[in-house]
Design a protein around this ligand. Structure first.
Ligand code: PEP
Ligand code: MN
Length: 336
């Protein structure tokens, strides 16, 4: 269950109630939620009627969700997240686009120009890259973050970029508008805790072989650390199929929408692995009811240092945006 304390309650009140719960056989977890204290109680046999009449308690939610904070019982209305004046989860469709990796000032500027003129909502670009091979390009690090900040200034687009280890989160959060946790790090619990304390919205990718429940539990780690601003990202899972790089699990969209109030976006690029599939998967994500997509775009895909096969060219991205607006219009939606 989730026990919500009254507005004026402080940390000491939360500690006192937690001690009381422990004395009654409970195992409480205190969570600092924006504007209030919450206590998550996993023991089943705590008397809710007793709890409800305590003056310090504002609300008791009898949720049995394994992921209570991201569950619909705790919050029935869908979460909306504001990033640089744009909203995620308000019914508009977010398009995050940009290179897989920031390679140079010229490459980022040229790609950002494409992304801006096609009217995408945000700019993506990895500065710290989690590469499968240690011999692949590992990203520009802090220099990449600086270049992203320059492009934000020039284009006005909020920036999404990844943190790959706990010690980098603070630095990444200084530059980024949204901190990304990559698929390979979905169960890096130290990293999840750190992004939970970073004060920025988090884009949490689904692990390569993670079930939806494991993914929602990863989101719970971020939220449990006090950060309610989590957007989930379906980016394909490992199956027996090898014709696409990963199998895009679009069923995850309606399933997550039913189980959770968090927004969900789709990554057609990392799932497909090849550019020719990206336009149709983008349209499919919109039709499936996703809150947006994150797409690899490169000013010169053939020369990309990272994931060259899946990057859309300028022309391909522009025509995808045109088709996307047409699909969204049928659904009464538009790009954010
Ligand atoms: C990325 O978006 O740059 C990335 C590395 O994706 P994923 O973590 O989904 O593989
Ligand atoms: Mn990539």
């Amino acid at each position: 269950m989730i026990i919500e304390l009254v507005d004026h309650a402080d940390h000491e009140d939360a500690e006192q109630l937690a001690a009381l719960l422990r004395s009654r056989g409970g195992s409480p977890h205190i969570v600092r939620w924006p504007g209030r204290w919450l206590i998550l109680e996993t023991a089943q046999d705590i008397d809710e009627t007793w709890l409800r009449q305590l003056p310090i308690v504002a609300r008791v939610v009898g949720s049995t969700d394994p992921h209570p904070l991201s569950g619909r019982k705790f919050q029935s209305v869908s979460t909306m997240i504001e990033v640089g004046g744009r909203w995620i989860g308000d019914g508009t469709f977010l398009v995050i686009a940009g290179p897989c990796a920031v390679e140079s000032r010229e490459q980022l500027a040229a790609t950002a120009a494409v992304v801006t003129s096609a009217k995408a909502s945000m700019l993506r670009g990895g500065a710290f890259k989690p590469r499968t091979s240690p011999y692949s390009f590992q990203g520009l690090g802090v220099r990449g973050l600086e270049l992203l900040a320059e492009e934000r200034l020039r284009s006005g687009l909020p920036v999404v970029t990844e943190a790959i280890q706990p010690k980098d989160v603070e630095t990444v959060a200084e530059y980024a508008d949204v901190v990304q946790v990559g698929a390979r790090n979905m169960q890096n619990y130290a990293l999840l805790g750190e992004v939970g304390r970073c004060g920025r919205p988090v884009l949490l990718k689904r692990g390569l072989a993670a079930t939806i429940q494991e993914w929602l539990l990863a989101a719970e780690y971020v939220m449990n650390a006090g950060n309610p601003q989590v957007m989930l990202c379906e980016r394909g899972i490992r199956t027996f199929e090898t014709a696409s790089r990963f199998t895009l699990d679009l069923a995850a969209v309606p399933i997550v929408k039913r189980l959770s109030h968090l927004p969900i976006i789709v990554d057609p690029s990392h799932s497909a692995g090849r550019a020719f599939m990206v336009p149709s998967l983008t349209l499919a994500a919109a039709a499936a009811g996703a809150d947006g997509v994150i797409v690899d775009v490169h000013n010169d895909p053939a020369s990309a240092l990272c994931d060259a096969d899946q990057a859309l060219s300028s022309e391909e991205f522009k025509s995808t945006m045109v088709d996307l607006e047409r699909v969204l219009a049928v659904l009464g939606r538009h790009v954010a």
